[in-house]
Design a protein. Sequence first.
Length: 294
Amino acid sequence: MVSGKGSPDPALARHAQLGEFLRAQRARLQPHDVGLRPYGDPARRRTPGLRREEVAELSGVGLTWYTWLEQGREVDASRQVIDALARTLRLDADQHRHLRFLAGLSEPDEQPTEADRSRLQRMVDAVMPNPAAIYDAAFDYLVWNHAYVRVRHDPLDVAPHQRNLLWMMFTDKVNRQRMPRWESAAQAVLSQLRDALGRRPGDPRLAALVHGLNVASPEFRRWWSEYPIHRFRPAGISVEHPGIGVVELELFQLRPVENPSLLMVVQVPASAEAARRIAALLAAEDSGRDVTNS
């Protein structure tokens, strides 16, 4: 488990933890917990918890392969098999996520509940007057604040199936006209989609998103074939707003610890003048004035 330089091999260490985790979860269950009738006298079972063959049979995998998995050997496990083991071992969401991580797989795509959405809405509202929005694992809009609507655009103005960051960037003509540096911003967002698909290669929602954009946008189609790959870097954008003129915004991306598949983007004014213009836009709306005449 030690590399040539004397440090632990991360892959081997992860496989060893995977085996340890599976053994611990198997040991906490009894046959009746998973709907099995125990073989022989339960009081004489030497194995604490379930037997390996019981877990393998319930999960639809071979006993030898499962034994190697528990022994920490370098064997590949598909998403379907890992998810089957999670069901057999009655893992909760946190345990399931950890099992996927140890197996080298992406985390399960957890869709936020209405209670989650309400909590997320309070968070984006709390960062007012900075425009902010939160997206799910497929870059669909979940929540956004009023500043985002006024400075950028209103996601409710588009069809639900296109209420998505990539669709907005590549197919919204108004958004494109308002961004002097649209090309670099669009390429950066596309690159993040490439990165997401690499980490979630079997995600059907991401695959459908790529297919739809390939049809709808010639720029997306051309750049996608070039295979750009860059994770987010601190960046800024310019927005030419019809009411307040050019606003420079600095982008910050954050992920909630409880659901790292979600992405929060906060757009902070890059200067005191940009902050003043956004404040004037929001104040004019509150007072009913036309900001273009102020």
